[in-house]
Design a protein around this ligand. Structure first.
Ligand code: KG4
Length: 339
């Protein structure tokens, strides 16, 4: 007998609902919030209000796109954290109400686990291209930069993480310095394609182990531009593509350096990437090169599963449903808790 899970994601600024049947995706609806663009970052108060407006239509659409009746849903899985508290409360409360009204189990999901397990979402039941355990996952988003050793669906170990800014934050903050709109990551990626990655050199951290740091790079970028702008006020405009390409190369070098080290030490050749920054074309190319040169099997999620989405919540919900890992109506969201 098959299992149908409704997934709900509302941890930051995307309201999303998805329906999954066993491991096969039936629908994945995402409502992004353009309201934050004017502020150069996510405004938590505005995010929770937009979630409140979006949640019902998004869920209705996900159910209708899936071509199922509400009565076919076996359980509802929701993002419990980490994320913005006001945003999480909307999804959590909706999921509780839905579970109660339909008398079905409620399943809590860790947002970061969900990003990692997005690799198991199938488009068709015969798909068979998921990573084998154990695998390494580079989880890079606006809030996290981690190397995760994934033992199985339920057991994951963070072996390295950022001690300050996340990789996505470095992209976004440096983009802001150049006067680019939020979120800057995708724009830097686009502009970088026309630039020379070796035009400029920015500082790279020297940290032992597998941990990351991006705050030094951000400062070095800021001071470099400040000095150049004193000499030539048009510096950014005249060198935008080279600046983007050089910055992107530096961020990718930092990320790949530790990932290569982790793969070497653990001997693991199954390597996945997850989170918003995994959409970056330079990072994707770099991983593909490692696959050819080092015999890695690399896993790069479909674009719609790289950023926040409910399909990844639903697939996690499916695995927890099989283990009967349910929560009660007393469950509350958490804003911080890595894993
Ligand atoms: O996982 P995600 O959607 O959610 C948050 O963690 O908020 O990641 C968003 C981050 C942003 O920092 C954005 O700039 C970055 O992912 N991002 C990219 C690209 N697409 C999104 N960074 C670099 N290159 C991209 N193509």
């Amino acid at each position: 007998m098959s299992t149908v899970i409704l997934g709900i994601e509302s941890s930051c600024d995307d309201t999303s609902a998805a329906v999954i049947k066993d491991e096969v995706i039936l629908s994945n609806v995402i409502a992004s919030q353009a309201v934050h663009q004017a502020y150069g970052g996510v405004v938590p108060e505005l995010a929770s209000r937009a979630h409140q407006q979006n949640i019902i239509p998004v869920v209705e659409k996900a159910i209708s796109d899936a071509g199922i009746e509400k009565s076919e849903i076996d359980a509802v899985a929701f993002t419990r954290g980490p994320g913005l508290m006001g945003s999480l409360l909307v999804g959590t409360s909706f999921a509780k109400g839905f579970a109660l009204a339909r008398n079905i189990p409620l399943i809590e999901i860790n947002h970061l686990h969900a990003h990692v397990l997005a690799h198991f979402i199938k488009e068709h039941s015969e798909d068979d291209d998921s990573p084998s355990f154990p695998f390494l996952c580079l989880l890079v988003s606006g809030g996290n930069s981690q190397i995760v050793l994934v033992h199985d669906y339920m057991h994951m170990e963070i072996i390295g993480q950022t001690i300050d800014d996340a990789a996505g934050e470095a992209f976004d903050k440096c983009a802001k310095v150049m006067g680019l709109p939020y979120p800057g990551g995708p724009l830097i990626d686009k502009l970088a394609k026309e630039g020379n990655p070796n035009a400029f050199e920015f500082s790279k951290p020297r940290i032992s182990g597998y941990d990351y740091s991006f705050s030094g790079l951000k400062t070095s970028f800021l001071y470099f531009l400040r000095d150049e702008l004193k000499k030539n006020p048009q510096f950014i405009e005249e060198h935008k593509a080279d600046l983007c390409a050089s910055l992107q190369k530096t961020i990718i070098d930092i990320l790949m350096n530790k990932l290569l080290k982790a793969a070497k030490v653990t001997g693991i050749k199954e390597v996945a990437v997850a989170g918003g920054v995994s959409a970056n074309s330079g990072l994707r190319n770099e991983l593909q090169e490692c696959a050819m040169k080092r015999g890695w099997r690399t896993f790069i999620p479909k674009f719609s599963y790289t950023t926040d989405n409910a399909a990844m919540i639903a697939i996690n919900g499916y695995y927890k449903y099989l283990k009967k890992e349910f929560v009660t109506q007393e469950v509350a969201p958490y804003s911080r808790q890595a894993f």
